[in-house]
Write a protein that binds this ligand. Structure first.
Ligand SMILES: C[S@@+](CC[C@H](N)C(=O)[O-])C[C@H]1O[C@@H](n2cnc3c(N)ncnc32)[C@H](O)[C@@H]1O
Length: 229
């Protein structure tokens, strides 16, 4: 299998946080109204639970948590969830939902300077869904995950497989047109993760605005453990 070590080419020069923030802040209040997103999050969370042995002792980070669709599914199974995002409004929605559900072990973390800034974090597992295609420097974020995760700890990352550029109707908030799972696997291994599973776990079906026919957008999940050496 060919693996492109350079990875996907950034579509534009958008910074990791700047352009995305406004879009996600504006979308936060109605984010959960979209049944396709809710269905995807349920499928991803189910696949994460099947791939990663979550326990009531675990401290988990949900990176790019949005309104907490994944957090909500995983929180009852673990000791704590740190829900991290660059969008203040997404975190505000998540906080309100967590409070209403009595999920007192969910805390939010605003990554206002992006993911390169926080240090000294430590988790037993980091999960992330539909975030990496918004990240310009994917290997840098995987390196960060390797620093934040305990030896033997888990990551579970779900994202779009390569698509034709029709997934986002507004190209201002995207960076990559999906991610090649084989390339992603190689990058995870390069920073010290041992990949336990990597497969397509869901297919989003929808008709892009202005298109004549529906498209299929497969989503993969990669689950890996940080090697202990
Ligand atoms: C497509 S949404 C997915 C939200 C959630 N994971 C879900 O599955 O419903 C992408 C999320 O990533 C966040 N995000 C974008 N860039 C980020 C970055 N550099 N660091 C952390 N979060 C980021 C956005 O604010 C948004 O909440």
């Amino acid at each position: 299998m060919n693996v492109d070590r350079k990875g996907p080419t950034p579509r534009d020069a958008m910074q990791e946080t700047g352009g995305a923030n406004n879009h996600f802040d504006a979308a936060a209040a109605t984010w959960d109204d979209n049944p396709t997103r809710v269905e995807l999050a349920k499928a991803v969370a189910g696949a994460m639970v099947a791939a990663v042995p979550l326990t009531p002792q675990m401290a988990v980070m949900d990176f790019g948590c949005g309104t907490g669709l994944i957090t909500r599914e995983l929180a009852p199974k673990v000791a704590s969830v740190t829900a991290a995002d660059t969008s203040v409004q997404m975190l505000a929605v998540l906080e309100a939902k967590a409070k209403a559900s009595g999920l007192n072990h969910v805390r939010t973390l605003l990554l206002d300077d992006g993911y390169l800034q926080p240090s000294g974090l430590s988790f037993d597992a980091i999960v992330s869904s539909m975030v990496f295609h918004h990240i310009e420097d994917i290997p840098a974020l995987l390196t960060r995950f390797a620093q934040w995760i305990q030896p033997g700890g888990w990551i579970a990352v779900a994202d779009l497989e390569p698509e034709d550029g029709t997934f986002h109707k507004d190209s201002a908030h995207e960076v990559h047109h999906g991610i090649d799972p084989a390339w992603f696997r190689a990058e995870a291994e390069a920073v010290g993760f041992s990949v336990k599973s990597a497969r397509t776990i869901h297919t989003i079906r929808r008709q892009p605005e202005g298109a004549d026919w529906p498209r299929e957008y497969p989503v993969f999940l990669l689950a890996a453990r940080r090697m202990t050496f």
